[in-house]
Design a protein around this ligand. Structure first.
Ligand SMILES: [Zn+2]
Length: 125
């Protein structure tokens, strides 16, 4: 596989009240106007809530990996824009997930974040 562009989540932002939405919504969920514009969402966020999927989800839609199922974390990542994105959360140890800083690594088929920051210069806390 060749180079892929850095993962980016495409959202929308209301030009009247500034409310950000994901996925893209052409009508603002807060003030109900049709004045949204496309925005690229932050790729860094923080785990807001999570749970551990300890058994294989129903398949389809779940596609088990070739090496077999192993438990994984799913949850919500809060972005600086003030919204929460449902995502798969990659980590070495589930106990490190609570309020952990995470970085977006892919968007397909669902958003996926990994614990840690990919840009050491962006020292957000
Ligand atoms: Zn609005």
């Amino acid at each position: 596989m060749g180079e892929t562009r850095n993962a980016v989540l495409d959202g929308s932002k209301c030009t009247v009240c500034g409310t950000v939405a994901f996925p893209v919504n052409d009508m603002c969920s807060r003030c109900a106007t049709r004045t949204t514009t496309a925005v690229e969402l932050s790729t860094q966020g923080r785990v807001w809530a999570y749970t551990i999927q300890r058994f294989p989800p129903k398949s389809p839609p779940y596609i088990p990996p070739a090496e077999g199922f192993s438990p994984f974390a799913v949850g919500y990542v809060e972005l600086p824009e003030g919204i929460k994105i449902q995502a798969i959360l990659d980590c070495d140890d589930f106990t490190e997930l609570d309020r952990a800083p995470v970085s977006l690594v892919s968007t397909s088929p669902v958003p996926r974040f990994v614990v840690g920051t990919t840009q050491p210069s962006g020292a957000r806390q």
